[in-house]
Design a binder for this molecule. Sequence first.
Ligand SMILES: Nc1ncnc2c1ncn2[C@@H]1O[C@H](COP(=O)(O)OP(=O)(O)OP(=O)(O)O)[C@@H](O)[C@H]1O
Length: 678
Amino acid sequence: MAKGKIGVTSQDLFPIIKKFLYSNHDIFLREIIANAVDATQKLNTLASTGQYKGEIGDTTIEVKLDKEAKTLTISDKGIGMTKDEIKKYINQIAFSGAEEFLDKYKDKANAIIGHFGLGFYSSFMVSDQVEIQTLSYQEGAEPAHWTCDGTPEYTLKKGTKTERGTDIIMHISEDEKEFLEEPRIKELLNKYCKFLPIPIAFGKKKDWKDGKEIETDEVLIVNDTNPTWTKAPADLKQEDYDAFYHQLYPFAENPMFHIHLNVDYPFNLTGILYFPKIKNNMEIQKNKIQLYSNQVFVTDSVEDIVPEFLTLLHGVIDSPDIPLNVSRSYLQSDSNVRKISNHITKKVADSLHDLFKNDRASFEEKWNDLRIFVQYGMLTDEKFAERAKPFFLLENIEGKYFTLEEYENLVKENQTDKDNNVIFLYSQDKDAQYSYIQVAKDKGYDVLLMDGQLDTHFINFLEQKDSNKRYTRVDADVVNKLIVKDETTESSLTEQERTDLAPIFSAPLQSEKINYMVNFEALGENAQPVLITQAEFMRRMKDMSAMGGGGMNFYGEMPDSYTLIVNTDHELVKRIIKDKEEKLEGEITPFNEKIAKLEAEEKAIDESKDADEVKKDKREKLTEKLSSERKQKEELLSNFGKDNELVKQLTDLALLSNNMLKGEDLAAFVKRSVGMIK
Ligand SMILES: Nc1ncnc2c1ncn2[C@@H]1O[C@H](COP(=O)(O)OP(=O)(O)OP(=O)(O)O)[C@@H](O)[C@H]1O
């Protein structure tokens, strides 16, 4: 029997490994089983080169729990180890046998997974003592038995194993006794070992009988040794891809389509990426891609390996070329990782483009679920934006789809303004903006539907890319000003009439949170009497700040500002104007006369030859008088507006059409309306 010290340079290293090697203790099971898989694959390689001539037999790896003995054992029928190999590979930490083997059999050794780091020693994170019982495949080899209690001291003696292979017996420590529970081990096997290439048996298959679960005689194989992504696309049908999707995400809705990745130069990469139906719950769909290295589960957080927008996809990426167990910052700067990430981005864009070219109808059908993904990609990844431009689709109110180029061609004749900008009109809510949409359509304009989560950002993005195109929401102005062409409309009111009417119409709208500006337009007798618009720029800044868009908080704190448009062609508006003339003219005329006189005096002062000092003095007194007169007049008009049922009714109806009439005001409106009907 041999006794010795494990070849670590410092006595202190071991406890460190034991406790902190992986913050996540449950990873030990992956490491030990990965070693067992390695050992089995090495045997297969030796057999294929003729260096091993014996029977290979059944190489199922067994996972066994013994609650009484408090052990968890992993048994394989791989190459096993001689005493010397134990000394070399186990006792010399950081001397990786797997790497030496790979060096020797570079071309033959397919899929050797042991390059994780300090794999075997991770068993000490959960064990008081670890035993190895092993018998090498080599002819005439002696079984060996190694034990170690987690200090650098070990024992190595003749073992008891009679068949080729290795048992790793872990004496689970009191603190970690969860690893003696069958459901816990099952959970870990399902997480880490689901797709390992060698069968893994754990317990017996269960069956239901008379309403009770009973154990059968059949061994339970926990993994799928031949997962779909490792097969050739030519051998797979759509059903196979869907079935694999559900193997990964049992409760998920069917994905829209998939991409099967298969690269072997300049790096190795296989996998299947699925496009889920994203709808509007982006966050829920994120970070579901699983990363494997030769079928060993590595992680399900791939944020640093693929660009962020791709984390919306689901599926599996398998690459032995991605360095594992290294720091995240290292990952980002690793050139392999960058190449892989670029490749995936390109693949994704290409396959979307193919689908668009080959089956536009089906692409359009999927577009609503794809849009947010493509937008996210275009907003965050310049290269992807370039690639996606030809197949990015706009949808109009009628549900027709257009590429950016097609749409421009469709509308440019009718919707180009006097500055040569093509104006794309859009709505964010078909129902809420219904009447504005109708008015725009009646004018012969086309209206886009932009109701997605990212549309506001995306519109900004599109405008930045192409400054000759502007996006304007249908309710940003009255229809003949949405797209400003050369035609100037004559107002039927004089300047004086307009200044007198404005306070009447703004009177019922006094609010601290909202600023209203009153404008008068001749919109025709059949248009609405009063309507409310919100300027495009202001609304968009507000939207952005509500979504937390960078640097827009300033706008978020400003009061909302709207424009109240009074249609001077409308019969009811005319009635109000007439009413005002009849009731107020007597009082207003003297004010107007006084104001006109004061204004004339003001003008005279400006034109006089007095010294600046004198002018200033005179003007100050005059200004005071003038503003007092104006104020009194405005109050008169404002009170008229506040007391006028028709004005109130019309402004309320305008608010109501924009879904802006709420609470007390809404109740008052309903009451007033009922009163009017009675
Ligand atoms: N079940 C086993 N059968 C045969 N040899 C084994 C077994 N487990 C471990 N070994 C040997 O011990 C060596 C060290 O294992 P260890 O897990 O520490 O490192 P590794 O597998 O080389 O790489 P990694 O640490 O990344 O897993 C292996 O390379 C292998 O030669």
